[in-house]
Ligand binder design. Structure first.
Ligand SMILES: Nc1ncnc2c1ncn2[C@@H]1O[C@H](COP(=O)(O)OP(=O)(O)OP(=O)(O)O)[C@@H](O)[C@H]1O
Ligand SMILES: [Mg+2]
Length: 274
């Protein structure tokens, strides 16, 4: 199973939107996709219509990671669409964040869970919280590059083309280096997704965009404009592919899927194949 942590400690840049829409695009290509909502805010779970009141402790993702839930893993997994499943979050995740600090091997908890789930899915996307804390560290480690083992992965970074982005990226890359060195895990940034891009918004936007395009070893994999279909899809508890499959926005995410997995370029979409 290929794991992609969708991370940036900066808030509101489009992590959750990228996760949902990339997942839907991969599902469109017939890949079996699992999304982990790893953000205690629960925006992804909410946006896909999962009511956290239906989740009772300790039968939650947090309960599982803290070793308080010993039931079947599949009771935590909900189907969102064809080929698309979600492990939703609930408010227990806020507690997990603080309890993780006293837990040995906390950085590997999610990684171990994904190893167990690997046989059932092709791709797993992790929607990270807007922070560089224990949850994000665990998500980054879960997306480590491995030549052997049930999973291997990469990190995808949604950004906006604005002045403060460069500093935010420096901090994120520093954290990635710190984890890489401290835990000796292979971490690789697949690239950036520039979200909300509008070149009519002035020089800061365009010059920042050029700077983002010239970061060595970190390609811009997609440039996504501000589109009403994205907000409408969210409000309708679906992806842009589910809401407006013929839109430019849906096409952008299919192109992003192909950038990440070039073999998809020669793949028939799931509807045609089945
Ligand atoms: N390209 C886009 N066009 C239009 N609306 C968008 C676009 N990208 C994101 N949005 C909207 O912007 C809001 C913030 O996006 P999103 O929640 O994905 O950001 P985030 O990085 O996950 O935020 P947080 O840091 O709080 O987790 C959402 O309401 C989403 O629907
Ligand atoms: Mg989010």
């Amino acid at each position: 199973m290929h794991v992609i942590a969708v991370a940036n400690q900066k808030g509101g840049v489009g992590k959750t939107t990228t996760t949902i829409n990339l997942a839907a695009a991969l599902a469109w290509y017939g890949r079996r996709v699992l999304i982990i909502d790893f953000d205690p805010q629960g925006h992804l779970s909410e946006s896909q219509g999962f009511d956290e009141d239906e989740l009772t402790s300790p039968a939650t993702l947090a309960g599982l990671l803290l070793g308080q839930f010993e039931g079947r893993l599949d009771t935590l997994i909900r189907q969102a669409a064809d080929n698309l499943w979600i492990i939703p979050t609930n408010e227990d995740m806020f507690l997990l964040e603080s309890q993780l600090y006293s837990k040995a091997g906390r950085e590997y908890l999610l990684s171990r869970l994904l190893d167990a789930l690997a046989p059932a899915f092709d791709v797993c996307l992790i929607d990270c919280p807007p922070s560089l804390t224990a949850l994000t560290d665990a998500a980054l480690v879960a997306s480590q590059v491995r030549s052997e083992g049930p999973t291997s992965g990469r990190i995808l970074v949604p950004v906006q083309s604005e002045h403060s982005t460069k500093r935010a990226l420096r901090l994120l890359f520093k954290q990635i280096m710190t984890i890489r060195n401290a835990l000796r895990v292979g971490l690789e940034v697949a690239g950036l997704v520039v979200n909300f891009y509008d070149n009519r918004k002035g020089k800061i936007v365009t010059t920042t965009y050029q700077a983002l395009q010239s970061i060595e070893g970190v390609p811009v994999l997609a440039t996504i404009g501000d589109r009403k279909e994205m907000r409408e899809a969210w409000a309708n508890q679906t992806s842009v592919d589910g809401y407006a499959p013929d839109s430019e926005a849906a096409r952008w995410y299919r192109e992003l899927a192909c950038e990440l997995f070039p073999e998809l370029k020669n793949t028939e979409p799931a509807e045609v194949a089945s």
